[in-house]
Design a protein around this ligand. Structure first.
Ligand code: 6PG
Length: 245
């Protein structure tokens, strides 16, 4: 596993820097089809805006197939919908074929949708060496409690689930969510964390330095071949790990 850390002044510069790096990464991909799992949360909103404003015509979106690393079990019209946010800020503003968008049907029964979404992933994502679907890129955030995707500390067994996805339960709201499991995330060729804000600093420092309660934080169990941390200064541990910009 290689770790790369890049630290920027603020969330907007984090998103802009990753958008630039993503553009170069897409250009460097050999395959005609690139599979990317998107995250929910606040920092990705800035990334979506950067993609729509600065890369509408320069990234070959028809080569990219978008999935979600997790989705809330709500209708796509809900402000809680990760797909709904991505569609409003980005997907509705670039030329990307509808068949390239593989949303979780948040309006469906969670258990049934978990099975359906897993099948959709099987149909469109190549298998990795370990027999799990291998995304080219999984974009993740991290919660204040160290959750990532919708793998929360109280459901950390999802980190080792034999399934492609699971039905998760938010520990406070009880909201049901569909999440990729640890083995699928860790099978990815590349995982990029976009983490910003001072509220993440304490947990992120333990995750990156593998100190304190790091073992209790799902984000500490992400061990894909390449793991990047794109951080703002407020979230970054001191001293940072990995390479700097
Ligand atoms: C979700 C996300 C979740 C998010 C973290 C961080 O659906 O909520 O996938 O894992 O990435 O909660 O969210 P922020 O970037 O808003 O802090």
């Amino acid at each position: 596993m290689t770790i790369q850390t890049k630290i920027f002044a603020n969330p907007t510069s984090v998103a802009d820097a990753f958008a630039t790096d993503f553009s170069a990464w897409v250009a460097a991909q050999q395959s005609d089809t690139i599979t990317v799992a998107l995250s929910g949360g606040s920092t990705p909103k800035l990334l979506f805006q950067a993609w729509a404003e600065h890369y509408r015509n320069s990234i070959p979106w028809s080569r990219v197939h978008f999935f979600w690393g997790d989705e809330r079990c709500v209708p796509p019209t809900s402000s809680d919908s990760n797909y709904g946010v991505a569609h409003e800020l980005f997907l509705s503003r670039v030329q990307i074929p509808s068949e390239n968008i593989h949303r979780v049907l948040g309006e469906a029964s969670p258990d049934a949708e978990c099975l359906r979404y897993a099948d959709e992933i099987r149909q469109h994502v190549r298998l990795g060496a370990g027999g799990m679907p291998q995304f080219d890129l999984v974009i993740l955030g991290m919660g204040d409690d160290g959750h990532t995707a919708s793998i929360f500390p109280h459901e950390s067994h999802f980190l080792k689930s034999p399934r492609i996805c699971e039905v998760a339960t938010h520990p406070e709201s009880g909201q049901k969510r569909i999440t990729l499991t640890g083995p699928v995330i860790n099978a990815a060729r590349r995982v990029t964390f976009l983490i910003t804000g001072a509220s993440k600093a304490r947990v992120l420092s333990q995750v990156m330095h593998r100190t304190g309660d790091f073992a209790n934080f799902p984000a500490a169990h992400i061990t894909a071949d390449q793991v990047d941390f794109y951080l703002d200064e407020a979230a970054a541990p001191d001293p940072p790990l990995g390479s700097n910009p």
